[in-house]
Design a binder for this molecule. Sequence first.
Ligand code: BES
Ligand code: MN
Ligand code: ZN
Length: 501
Amino acid sequence: MTALSVSTSAAASLRVDAVVVGVAKGDKGPVPASGAETVAEAFDGRLAEILGALGATGAEGEAVKVPAPAGMKASVVLAVGVGEAAEDGTYDLEALRRAAGVAARTLAGSGKAALALPTGTPEAVEAVALGGLLGAYSFTEYRTGDSGKAPVGELIVVTGRKGQKGAKAAAERATVLAEEMNRTRDLVNTPPNDLTPKAFAAIAQAAGKEHGLKVEVLDEKALAKGSYGGILGVGRGSANPPRLVKVAYTHPKARASLAFIGKGITYDSGGISLKPAGHNETMKCDMSGAAAVLSAVVAAARLGVEVNVTGWLALAENMPSGGATRPGDVLRMYGGKTVEVLNTDAEGRLVLADAIVRAGEEQPDAIVDVATLTGAMVMALGTRVFGIMAGEDGFRDRVFDAAGRAGEQAWPMPLPADLRKGLDSSVADLANMGERMGGGLVAGVFLKEFVAEGIAWAHLDIAGPAFQEGAPYGYTPKGGTGSAVRTLVQLAEDAAAGTLL
Ligand code: BES
Ligand code: MN
Ligand code: ZN
C-alpha cells in the first residue's frame, strides 16, 4: 500500500512531486482552502485567480493541475474541490475524504505527494489520510505486463500547528482502517474461481495468525456433523464445499461482547433458480459481508479496542447441479428450525440463519450481520446507501448513528411484523421467500426468526454500496468498496465506550 506520513513543514517547501491543496467555494468564486497558505504565497497571491481562470469552482470531485511556481520544489500543484466551508471555517469530513481520494487517484503514476488540505483537527487529519490511502487503491493481481499507472508511492499529510496534536494517532487509525478496507476490496475483487470458500477460510486463518486472533474453521464434514443445514443446503450444488469460519478477538479489559456475522457467498449464480444473464456478472461480490467482518475484527484487534468481538464467516458457493438444493426442498437449519426453499436464489438468509443461531449460543451482547442480501434494498436506497434493520428501534438508531460517525451512508429501515405471514410455508416452519414487495424487509424479518431472545441484533443490507459498478468517485474505486468495515469498527468502539448497548 501507499506509504503515509505526517509533516508540519510548510507545504510549499516540501521536496515532493506534487502538492495537493483544497479549493473551496467562495462568495466570489473559488478560494484556496486552509492548508494552502504557503502555496498561495508562492503564487504571489494569484492562486485563486488562476484556479478560477482554469474553471475551478471548489465543487466536490474537481481536480485542477497547475504548474508549480519557481519558489516551490514540487513541479505540480493539484487543487481539489472541498466544497463550502462551515461558519467556523471547517470542512465536512466526507468532503475532505473524497477530495483526498480524488487527489490520490489523479496522482497515480507519481512518486511522492503532499496533501496540504484543511487539517485543523485530528478528525480532519484522519479524514485526509484515510481518503488518500483509499483513493490510492488499485487491484492489479490479475494483470500481466504493463498494468497501467502505479498508485502514488507516498503521501505526506501536512498539518499546521493546530492539527498537530493527535495527528500521529489519527494517521495511524486511518492507516489501519484503510488497510482493512483494502483487504475487503481485495477479497471482493478476487475472482470466484480463486476465492472459493476453502481459499477464503485459509486467508482468514492467515490473517488471524498474523494479528493474534483465534480462528476455527468448520469444513463440510464438521458442518454435517454439527447439522448446519442452511450452509450445507446452499453449498451442496457446488464443487467447492462450504465453510463456517469463527474469528475471535478478545481483550482482557472487555466489558461487552459482539458477534459480527458476514454473508460469504463466494459466487451467487442463483442456484437452480438461476439468475438471468445480466444479473450474475458481478456476483463474486456476494461475499462482501464476510470480507467486511473479517477486516473489522482484524481492525478491532490492531486498534486494541477494549471489547470482545467474534466474527462468523458463512462461506458457500451457490451453484446449480444435480446435487443442488431444489425449490421445494426443506432444510433443517442449525438449531432445528425447518425452512422450505422456494427460491434457491434467496440463499444468503439461509447461510446467515445457521450462523446467527450458532453465534447466539455464545450469548454475545449484540449480533450484527452484514450481507449483500437483496436487490430490493438496492431498489429502495440506491447504490451508495446501505439499509439498517434491527430487532429493536433504539438499537437500530444507535447503529445508524455509528454508521454516520464512521463516515458511511446508511438509512434505518423497519421490520413490519405483518410481513412474517408471507413467509409461512405449507410444509415447514417457514419459507425462504415471502412477499415480493418490500423484499429487503422480508429478508430481515426472516433473519429475525433466528435471533435468540435477549440478544440485541441488527442487520446491514449492503447489496447497493458493496460493489461499485460505475466510474470511481472520491475515494471509491470500481469494484469492491470496503462497505461496512468502518461501521463495524465504530460499533466495536462504541461498545467498548459503553454507548452502544
Ligand atoms: N446476492 C443477491 C442480492 C444482490 C442483488 C446482491 C444485487 C448484490 C446486488 C441475493 O442472494 C439474491 O439473489 N436475492 C434475491 C432474493 C429473492 C429471490 C427473494 C433478490 O434480491 O432478487
Ligand atoms: Mn441469491
Ligand atoms: Zn446472494
